[in-house]
Design a protein around this ligand. Structure first.
Ligand SMILES: [Fe+2]
Length: 343
């Protein structure tokens, strides 16, 4: 088996590949590593045929939907997953063939109702059901400590103890472990009595993950995160640097329009000399009156350089094909000591 491990912060994802057929699957892809998965697959001579999410993640952004769409392959999840983009739904005992590899699915609810563990040869991908030195939490939506108890003690812990464990998170960078090592050393697994285990899980006092709402919204619906929207807008927008814009506004007779898209109060407090003002929220309604020549060179400006990127992408879609955005925003412009006016 060809095997690659990817880490992004505490999140782990994996690529398993059959060396004979060159078929591969990605387990728990993270949205920021989509290019990396494809690059690594090519480097290993593999083609990805399945994108698998072990469960609905609440703490980070799944890349499953986007990666599967790029590759035109199915997203594999448990039957109970709320994600509308899961196109191949497994139930307990189902098996996927990845070339000559056999990927055996076990339904292991507890961390979430749709949690799966995946058995492949000498290893088990445990998602957030079993972590190194820990377990997934059970206090997030669809979590249930009683179900986690069964999934662990009456489920995966009864498998061959020599299995290597690869979880969806490894916050402490501990690498891999085995079921035997976890049974011996994992503190949470020492509570073998159901009531004690459930009581422990109900009193962990964990803080809520950052981006919980946004991660659940995107992972459950297939919608985009704000970062994805910004990246998509940036990919179709040319940028102009602070220095370049400063030089251009000094030139007389240029055809460049600096379009400030912040709110009126921010614009009135200080803006780039000569800038025109249309707040982002009114852009589509006012362009036909105020930007009558679609061939005009426009540079959008906002406070931090994000809303201006969205505004430039919108204007380009509307046909202003010489529209770009300032790389940075008024915050950087002022920090650089570049000229502003309140006129
Ligand atoms: Fe999770």
């Amino acid at each position: 088996m060809k095997f690659e491990v990817f880490a992004n912060g505490g999140c782990k994802s994996y690529m398993i590949g059959c060396e004979y057929s060159s078929n591969a699957a990605i387990i728990d892809p993270e949205v920021r590593l989509l290019d990396k998965y494809q690059a690594e697959a090519s480097r290993n001579g593999l083609r990805i045929h399945y994108v698998i999410d072990t469960h609905t993640h609440a703490d980070h952004f799944s890349g499953a939907d986007e990666l599967a769409e790029l590759l035109n392959v199915p997203v594999v999840m448990h039957r109970d997953s709320p994600a509308p983009f899961a196109s191949l739904r497994l139930q307990d005992g189902d098996m996927l063939k990845v070339g000559d590899l056999r990927v055996q699915a076990m339904h292991t609810p507890g961390h979430t109702r749709d949690s799966l563990c995946l058995l492949v040869e000498d290893r088990i991908f445990t998602g957030d059901t079993l972590l190194i030195g820990g377990t997934g939490r059970t206090d997030l939506p669809t979590g249930d400590p009683n179900e986690l108890y069964d999934s662990l003690f009456n489920g995966i812990l009864k498998l061959d103890a020599a299995l290597q464990v690869f979880p969806a998170h490894d916050y402490k960078q501990l690498g891999s472990t085995t079921l035997a090592a976890e049974i011996a050393n994992n503190d949470r697994l020492q509570k073998t009595d159901r009531a004690e285990f459930v009581d422990m899980m109900e009193h962990l006092n964990l803080s809520m993950p950052t981006h919980l709402t946004e991660a659940l919204r995107t992972n459950m619906s297939g919608g985009k995160s704000v970062a994805q929207l910004l990246t998509a807008a940036a990919e179709k927008t040319p940028f102009i640097s602070l220095k370049e814009l400063a030089a251009r506004i000094d030139q007389t007779g240029g055809d460049l329009i600096v379009l400030d898209v912040r709110e009126r109060s921010e614009f009135e407090a200080a803006h780039i000399p000569g800038a025109m003002h249309i707040p982002r929220g009114q852009l589509e309604l006012r362009v036909d009156d105020e930007l009558q020549d679609p061939t005009t060179r426009i540079v959008t400006v906002c406070e931090f350089g994000k809303i201006s990127t969205l505004a430039a992408a919108t204007l380009r879609e509307l046909g202003y094909l010489r529209c770009g955005a300032l790389d940075g925003g008024m915050r950087s412009w002022t920090e650089e000591g570049l000229p502003v006016t309140a006129d």
